[in-house]
Design a protein around this ligand. Structure first.
Ligand code: SF4
Ligand code: SF4
Ligand code: SF4
Length: 266
């Protein structure tokens, strides 16, 4: 069968197609599912991007160069660290997908000693591993943009890809989860005695948890300029010191905000 000649518009789009790679490290692959759902919904994304390397979804494993590399997961295994550095070397933009890549994820709450103890407990004393305690991707390389969340928000992902395609700087969400929560007229869980981290957590998730009666755990990361000290004081009075630290540690353990609140924590 004869193939149809491309129109002038199709030729333009093809010449501008973004060459994209998606790498996954140590994680649950939930953020990649958000990307798959987005591709199913957005014809524009399919027309304007060329997925050159995506282990999770395709057989093509091009080695670059790429316009954009998305990295999901926290570098933990030696191979993860190698992939992370290689992605930076061959990409114009590096974008982290989700809290594992941006913040180290829940697995990063373990410090180096706890990590080694944990490995022994799970695999036994004789098991040797070269895996390192999980860290954010930015511990190893410079990152251009972060898409926060566990998992990421589909609308934020679509906006970021559109910004990169149109060569505009993506806008970062600068308000707390509380703003989106109040806009939805939710009953405030904090006022009902729940330790909700919404006041000091970066918004952009459309307040999905409090809108369903669940408190915010802070998966979008600490809000820059948030009054973390005041929230800590308030939480300690209501829920005790240990519980407060545990709550703040879940997603913030590798952040400057957490290290300022707990300077002795290694
Ligand atoms: S951020 Fe959450 S959803 Fe995304 S890969 Fe990590 S654990 Fe999975
Ligand atoms: S429920 Fe949580 S996110 Fe919503 S307004 Fe109260 S503290 Fe903020
Ligand atoms: S409400 Fe909090 S925990 Fe839930 S998705 Fe938003 S930032 Fe994450």
């Amino acid at each position: 069968m004869k193939s149809k000649k491309p129109t002038k518009n199709e030729k333009n789009i093809n010449s501008q197609r973004l060459k994209v790679a998606i790498f996954d490290l140590t994680d649950c692959e939930g953020c990649e599912l958000v990307l798959i759902n987005l591709r199913e919904k957005l014809a524009l994304l399919n027309e304007q991007t060329d997925i050159a390397n995506w282990r999770f979804a395709f057989d093509n494993h091009n080695l670059g160069p790429f316009d954009v590399s998305f990295i999901e997961g926290s570098p933990t295994a030696e191979k993860d660290i190698e992939i992370t550095k290689q992605a930076r070397a061959v990409s114009k933009y590096v974008v982290t997908l989700g809290s594992c890549a941006e913040l180290g994820g829940i697995q990063a709450t373990l410090n180096n000693n706890e990590w080694e103890e944990g490995i022994k407990e799970v695999y036994g004393n004789s098991y040797k591993t070269k895996n390192k305690a999980p860290k954010p991707v930015s511990y190893y390389i410079d990152v251009d943009y972060h898409l926060p969340g566990c998992p990421i928000n589909q609308n934020e992902l679509a906006q970021l890809i559109t910004s990169i395609i149109s060569e505009k700087k993506p806008t970062e969400y600068r308000s707390p989860v509380c703003l989106e929560c109040k806009a939805r007229e939710n009953t405030c869980l904090f006022l009902e005695g729940e330790p909700c981290l919404g006041p000091i957590t970066k918004g952009g998730c459309e307040a999905v948890c409090p809108s369903r009666g669940l408190r915010c755990w802070g998966c979008f990361g600490p809000l820059s300029g948030g009054n973390h000290k005041a929230l800590k004081r308030n939480f300690e009075k209501q829920f005790g010191k240990d519980k407060t630290k545990e709550l703040l540690k879940t997603f913030f353990s590798q952040t400057n905000e957490f290290k300022e609140l707990y300077p002795k924590e290694k």
